[in-house]
Ligand binder design. Structure first.
Ligand SMILES: [Zn+2]
Length: 139
């Protein structure tokens, strides 16, 4: 069977482009993690961080899930980025880096706060999540 020289490469090229896009997004995320580096590099005085997070549906909705993140000096600092649990949310999320930074700067052992997804205006607040967090730091 002879396959037309024009058709086959065209089809292949299209498939490859889709995969390339997906891979590019995946690589971007891996790159962000690599760029973030270990906790010890960003916060050398910290020996451990424990963060308890409660995720809520929307900005005022019921509890979606709870999670605890434990970090040691070798942990990737990118763990401080939490995903938004909103169904349609792609680029949003919660970045606790600045909250931790502030606690460390003030030599504080704990801190609490609330956060709404940074992309909440993208599809309406109901398609995003919010969190309550409780951070404990050991020096
Ligand atoms: Zn979101």
């Amino acid at each position: 069977m002879k396959i037309s020289a024009q058709e086959k490469p065209a089809g292949k090229r299209e498939k490859r482009n889709t995969n390339t896009e997906k891979n590019a997004r995946r690589l971007e995320l891996i790159q962000k993690r690599l760029d973030a580096g270990p906790l010890s590099e960003r916060f050398p005085q910290v020996s451990s961080i424990t963060i308890h997070i409660v995720h809520y549906y929307g900005t005022t909705g019921p509890v979606f899930m709870e999670q605890t993140v434990n970090m040691v000096p070798s942990s990737n600092v990118y763990l401080l980025h939490m995903q938004c649990m909103g169904g349609k949310c792609i680029n949003g999320g919660f970045d606790l880096t600045s909250s931790v930074e502030e606690l460390v700067r003030n030599n504080k052992k704990s801190g609490k706060g609330k956060m709404v997804c940074g992309e909440k205006d993208a599809y309406g607040a109901s398609n995003h999540a919010s969190i309550c967090y409780d951070i404990s730091i050991k020096y």
